[in-house]
Ligand binder design. Structure first.
Ligand code: S5P
Length: 476
């Protein structure tokens, strides 16, 4: 079998189903490996050999009554296995038909039938889980998935957590060894891919029902351990220890006023958010004093710069100019408008900065008529989830991510107003926490109050109570 696998690995490489170099993923992140097994339909001998090899992974074929390929690449493989072994096949539709029978699963089956899954490549396991979900809804019994390549990015574990055993012809490290032995790739490539895989593990997919890692139900202290970005862990820990999920928007024009506010409210907030470009007397001394207060009162500094240009410009804006944001802001806000490469650009801007840094991606804005809707919003969430080693969370208004290691930050919070006359829309603390916020931004609700400290304490109390209610209520 090993000889056959070595031979097939080389053939896959030769037909360019396996590529090594510098590629972009669907949402634009860089990757040194790219697997595209769709090409195998053009090489019937290879496809047939792969289907046969896949079927050797089955322990007891007499127990398999149905085969289902994950659309689309694995469909022809499942078909070959089905025909070769005379075992019926099922197909999962990508979308439910909007007419006729509205079935998600095509084929003839009975509830309780044992069905195995066929897939080409597994990364996070989410495509297989989607297929299994549809099969389970029809009361089919699914416990095994046979896969050509496991990219070793956490998919196997995710499926095991859902009771699915994964058997693969190759794990990516073994596959690369075969290609190295065959002289197809160099050890430098192997190292690059190894480093990439170590840095890019897929997030854990929560199990609906038991939800051990559901963002809305887990306490901040537990989520601190699940975050990939060290700053996200630090933030969650300090929120827990200070019992605050308040982010104060210090939108004031004078440095003295900001420092006074930071000193007064500092012990009660998790993050102090600035817009340094509205400050009239900005100077380096101010930043030093602000950093000092942040250290003393244990809060993080966020510069709400809302970067939104091409990568090169953003990396310059972040690092240089009057404000040198990269040098002092723990956190920044970024619009995903220019694509995922902005994250790589910011990484470049962080070169030689030794303290941890984090990004909040703006998925959804609070203002009336915002354009952050539909596909834009969905892509922003995928971008954050895929780059969660640098992205700390999302700025948004609704529950967008189940990932416990990411934080949702929601602005537009006031107790006494519903708008500001300029289309800012306000909700109260309990509403935003229930809508999925982990941190709530309060600006003028505190800065324009007659007693800022009293107002900060009141927002802090209401936000924390809402959070405790959320994690403790059984029905949310
Ligand atoms: O969608 C958004 C995103 C942000 S970061 N809506 C917002 O209001 N913000 C910021 O939150 C805004 O720039 C301001 O600093 C703060 C809200 O301030 P407030 O005075 O309306 O509470």
């Amino acid at each position: 079998m090993e000889e056959l696998l070595k031979k097939l690995a080389v053939e896959l490489y030769d037909v360019q189903a396996l590529k090594f170099g510098d590629f972009k993923t669907k949402i634009g992140l860089r990757t040194p490996i790219y697997f595209d097994l769709r090409v195998i339909i053009s090489y019937p001998k290879l496809m047939s050999a792969l289907a046969k090899a896949l079927w050797t992974l089955a322990d007891d074929v007499t127990k398999v009554s149905q085969i289902c390929g994950v659309p689309y690449t694995a469909l022809p493989l499942a078909t070959l296995i089905s025909v070769d072994n005379q075992i019926p096949m099922l197909m999962k539709r990508k979308e439910t038909k909007s007419y006729g029978t509205k079935k998600l699963i095509e084929g003839v089956f009975s509830s309780g039938d044992n069905c195995v899954i066929i897939e080409d490549v597994i990364t996070s396991g989410s495509s297989i889980l989607e297929t299994i979900d549809a099969l389970k809804k029809e009361h089919l019994n699914v416990t095994e998935a046979y896969v050509i390549i496991d990219r070793e990015q956490g998919g196997r574990k995710n499926l095991e957590n859902h009771g699915i055993k994964v058997k693969s012809l190759y794990v990516v490290t073994q596959l690369m060894q075969y290609l190295l032995e065959a002289g197809k790739i160099t050890s430098k490539v192997v190292k690059e891919v190894d480093d990439y895989l170590a840095m890019n593990q897929a997030p854990t997919i929560s199990i609906q029902g038991t939800i051990p890692n559901d963002r809305l139900k887990l306490p901040y202290c537990k989520r601190a351990k699940l975050a990939k970005n060290p700053l996200a862990s630090k933030l969650l820990e300090l929120m827990e220890s200070k019992q605050t999920n308040l982010c104060l928007a210090a939108d004031l024009k004078k440095t003295d006023a900001i420092l006074e506010l930071a000193n007064t409210a500092g012990p009660h907030i998790a993050v102090l958010k600035t817009h340094v470009d509205i400050i009239e007397d900005f100077n380096e001394g101010f930043i030093l004093q602000l950093k000092d207060l942040a250290k003393r009162h244990k809060f993080l500094l966020m510069e709400d710069r809302k970067f939104g240009d091409i990568g090169n410009t953003v990396s310059l804006q972040y690092r240089y100019g009057l404000y040198k944001i990269a040098e002092w802001a723990d956190l920044i806000t970024v619009h995903p408008i220019s694509g995922a490469s902005v994250i790589d650009a910011l990484k470049k801007g962080m070169k030689n900065i030794t303290e941890p840094r984090g990004i909040f991606l703006i998925a959804e804005m609070s203002s009336k008529g915002t354009l952050t809707t539909g596909d834009y919003l969905k892509s922003a969430v995928s971008m954050a989830e895929e780059a969660s080693n640098l992205v700390v969370g999302l700025v948004c208004q609704s529950n967008l991510s189940a990932q416990s290691g990411l934080l949702q930050l929601t602005p537009g919070v006031q107790l006494s107003k519903s708008d500001d006359g300029l289309d800012q829309q306000y909700n109260n603390p309990e509403t935003v926490i229930n809508a999925g916020a982990d941190l709530a931004v309060v600006g003028r609700g505190i800065t324009e109050a007659s007693n800022c400290l009293k107002a900060a304490l009141e927002y802090k109390r209401q936000l924390w109570n809402a959070y405790e209610k959320r994690i403790n209520s059984p029905d949310m």
